[in-house]
Design a protein around this ligand. Structure first.
Ligand code: DQQ
Length: 480
């Protein structure tokens, strides 16, 4: 497939040193996921549906492919899959409360006025900005910060990444936080006008795994980043990012307190800082940051780092959180592939596998003709895990080789249903609509594109298999 690239975005988003020709030829750059024209990106910020368009903001460093100098970049889409980049939405204001970075936050519509609430640093404070209508020009509130410090008397591990929603005529705000030696927490505030906030109490406090202490409170679970809190059917869902993964807590919400009943993983791989889109009615669309799986030096050399996930639709099935790619993603399907010609690095694959008596069964992806590279995705019956084995994914020493897995159990007679999106270095995996794992792989060989059934220790069979080439969201679409 001819490689195209998002370089037409260059006018909207400042470019750094990486030459456009090199980025366009980079086989590891995704072709149908949203990512900036160059440089570093991380958390999705303030995703919102407004006046017939889906808006995505995200953490962005205009200076290079490394974290720092956080801005909010902006892209817009009619369908959540074809994107056009717009001018930078928010940049740090010298001397202002966000002078050292415009950190993560959310977007809401306040009586017809699009409004973002975000964290300014240093120190961590909560700030507000509004837009006249089309979300391209933002005016920071002159009275920022609207919350200047964590509640008096609380010794917190952090105070950032607000999520805001409305109940009746009252705005509620959840701020990511935590307590040393105890665990992560979400602090709850209320307001009538988004400018004057009154601290209520922790919406919920986590408990740490014994002995989990680490220098960085995010690594130990003593700090919860990017909280997102939403009703889903008759329950409420809290999503938090901590310990390098995104977790969910499902439970009941009453008297402005959240009581978790079950917990699970939103994604068990290279995925972080997830946030749902606001203003989408009853639909719950989740976006995450697909983190890189190669060295910082390799990221700088490539000139880009970070990808926005595909839109993921959340529903509740009994007590289980169902996760599926939003149906809009199907519009990217190109040629349908069949038989022996299934190969590629820009594909959608749907397969049903009967593990039979094989203790490990799944797919082999990105296989090199001489087998020097391959990535295994499989169900491990004995370990009760869904795993991605990256030990042979790349002959390039700068690429991660670590195993990625999460708890997963097939019911008696239940087949393994894999729904997989390959896009350059991205592998987004949905299993049986209830488990997700995103892996990043960087095969060195240009022909490491093979796909095959994987079984070890026994015989598994493929019950069904469908695959499509995926259409790049090409430069012309991105700028039209
Ligand atoms: N990234 C942002 C923070 C957030 C973290 C800074 C999570 O607001 O806590 O870039 O990835």
């Amino acid at each position: 497939m001819r490689r195209r690239d998002f370089l037409a975005l260059a006018g909207a988003v400042p470019l750094a040193a990486a030459p456009a020709s090199r980025l366009a030829a980079d086989a590891h750059r995704p072709q149908y996921h949203l990512l900036p024209a160059a440089n570093w990106m991380n958390d999705p910020n303030g995703p919102i549906y407004w006046q017939g368009q889906y808006h995505m903001f995200y953490q962005y460093n205009p200076n290079g492919a490394y974290w720092g100098d956080m801005h909010w970049a902006h892209a817009v889409s009619p369908d959540m899959v074809h994107w056009k980049h717009l001018p930078m939405a928010l940049a740090p204001t010298p001397g202002g409360p966000d002078k050292d970075g415009v950190f993560s936050g959310c977007a809401v519509i306040d009586n017809g006025t699009p409004t973002v609430i975000y964290t300014g640093v240093n120190p961590e404070t909560q700030c507000v900005a509004t837009s006249g209508g089309n979300l391209t020009e933002w005016k920071k509130f002159a009275g920022n910060p609207v919350v200047a410090a964590p509640p008096a008397g609380l010794e917190t591990t952090g105070f950032r990444d607000p999520a805001v929603w409305k109940e009746g005529d009252t705005w509620l705000m959840a701020v990511g936080s935590g307590f040393r030696g105890k665990g992560g927490a979400v602090l709850l505030y209320e307001s009538k006008d988004l400018h004057h906030w009154n601290y209520l109490h922790p919406l919920v406090t986590g408990t740490m795994r014994p002995g989990a202490g680490a220098k960085d409170p995010v690594d130990s679970g003593e700090m919860w980043e990017c909280p997102d809190f939403l009703p889903i059917d008759s329950k409420h869902l809290l999503i938090v990012s901590t310990e390098r993964v995104v977790k969910y807590l499902l439970g009941s919400y009453a008297d402005r307190r959240f009581r978790p009943e079950t917990t699970g993983g939103i994604d068990h791989g290279s995925y972080y800082a997830a946030r749902t889109m606001t203003n989408t009615g009853d639909r719950r669309i989740l976006w995450g940051w697909l983190t890189e799986g190669r060295s910082a030096a390799a990221q700088r050399a490539a000139g880009w780092s970070g990808v926005v996930s595909l839109p993921r639709e959340l529903k509740l099935l009994g007590a289980q959180v169902q996760m599926r790619p939003a149906e809009e993603v199907e519009s990217l399907r190109g040629k349908r592939l069949g038989g022996d010609d299934v190969a590629g690095d820009c594909l959608e694959i749907r397969t049903e596998i009967d593990p039979g008596d094989a203790p490990r069964a799944g797919l082999r992806l990105r296989i090199a003709p001489d087998r020097s590279e391959q990535t295994l995705v499989y169900y491990d019956r004995d370990q009760k895990l869904l795993s991605v084995d990256r030990s042979q994914s790349s002959t390039d020493p700068s690429a991660d080789r670590g195993m990625q897995s999460g708890p997963f159990l097939l019911g008696r007679g239940e087949p393994l249903r894999l729904h997989i999106f390959l896009d350059g270095s991205v592998i987004e995996i949905f299993a049986n609509d209830r488990f997700c794992l995103t892996a990043r792989v960087y095969p060195a060989g240009p022909r490491s594109t093979g796909v095959a059934l994987h079984a070890s220790g026994g015989t598994a069979s493929m019950v069904s298999f469908e695959a499509w080439e995926m259409r790049p969201i090409s430069a012309d679409r991105l700028t039209s």
